[in-house]
Design a protein around this ligand. Structure first.
Ligand code: PMP
Length: 315
């Protein structure tokens, strides 16, 4: 779907996956004026398919579009396009429990502009790809290292939106961590270098006793939809939940650490290494992380009653 700024998106079209043309002077190619979302289409045990909280993805894209001076589709248009794409690709949604169909909505400044500035026209598109489960057992855990050299986001920057420009700068940290045997890095805040923010593509929680803590969303952390859902599920399960700045020493002293995101769902952290110091955490089926994960995936796949109306049935 294409749309000049200040105008409305009209109905888009379904086309087979393939390359598309774009002006060499488009603002997405030259200035990184682009946003993306990541969503999954789940197959339930009864064979029907569903999506999870699509209005949250629509809203996050609209928030990002405001920051990057782009025209976002309305929530209705976004959800309509997601549903249409999912249904057209239904045969690619893996059988229950074996994976999901990943949807990647993109909003890009596709219009030509030579001087540095926003594009006069935006394009909204969605592509789809089946993906397997990250972990077969669902209880494998991450080994993280705390990144002390580079930062993911600066105050006043774009860390709080899903801007395409947030991701390539993270490649180096992740590559270094993977070369040293870790799965991902945990970034620290730029202001003090003493508080955790998030990993390269997921939010982070710590558990100490009965208290679950996660850093607050102040513009440098992506407001994850899984994070928001887990905060609510954890409260419902009776845990004390707080959004507060989390210093590294609290992370090192935690009973459990876990990551949340569309890709990782809710995944335990087995160890964190900070300046040569390695701390190990509880993982496995007898963890709070596992309990929260089971509840969330239960809602997503229809095994747990969806009292909150988070799932949208597609067929
Ligand atoms: N942080 C970052 C930087 C991400 O890219 C993602 C993935 N979208 C998340 C957190 C988790 O967000 P969500 O739960 O909406 O997938």
């Amino acid at each position: 779907m294409k749309c000049p700024i200040g105008d409305k998106y009209s109905e888009g079209q379904l086309v087979p996956y393939g390359n598309f043309e774009i002006s060499p002077s488009s603002s997405v190619l030259n200035y990184g004026q682009g946003l993306f979302e990541g969503m999954k289409v789940y197959r339930r045990e009864d064979g029907r398919i569903m999506i999870f909280r699509p209005e949250e993805n629509a809203r996050r894209m609209q928030m990002g579009a405001e920051r990057l001076l782009m025209q976002a589709p309305t929530t209705e248009q976004f959800i309509h396009a997601v549903k249409k794409t999912a249904l057209a690709n239904e045969r690619w949604v893996p059988p229950y429990g074996t994976g999901t169909l990943y949807l990647r909505p993109l909003l890009i400044g596709s219009g030509a502009v030579l001087g540095i500035g926003p594009a006069p026209e935006c394009t909204f598109l969605i592509f789809a790809s089946p993906i397997g489960n990250s972990y077969k057992s669902g209880i494998n855990a991450f080994n993280l290292s705390i990144e002390t050299k580079l930062h993911r986001a600066s105050p006043g920057g774009t860390g709080g939106i899903k801007s395409i420009t947030n991701y390539a700068p993270v490649f180096e940290s992740v590559k270094r961590a993977k070369a040293a045997g870790f799965d991902d890095v945990l970034f620290l805040d730029e202001e003090t270098g003493k508080h955790i923010e998030e990993a390269s593509s997921c939010n982070v929680f710590i558990l100490k006793g009965n208290v679950i803590s996660t850093p607050p969303i102040f513009g440098t952390i992506l407001p994850g939809i899984t994070r928001k859902s887990i905060l609510e599920i954890a409260r419902d399960c009776g845990y004390e939940v707080e959004e507060r700045r989390v210093p590294v020493e609290d992370v090192l002293a935690a009973d459990e650490v876990f990551c949340t995101g569309t890709a990782v769902i809710v995944t335990s952290v087995a160890s964190i290494t900070y300046q040569e110091q390695r701390v190990e955490y509880k993982t496995g089926e007898d963890t709070v992380c596992h309990r929260l994960r089971t509840t969330l995936t239960g809602i997503q796949t229809g095994l747990v009653e969806d009292k909150k109306g988070w799932t949208v049935q597609l067929n």
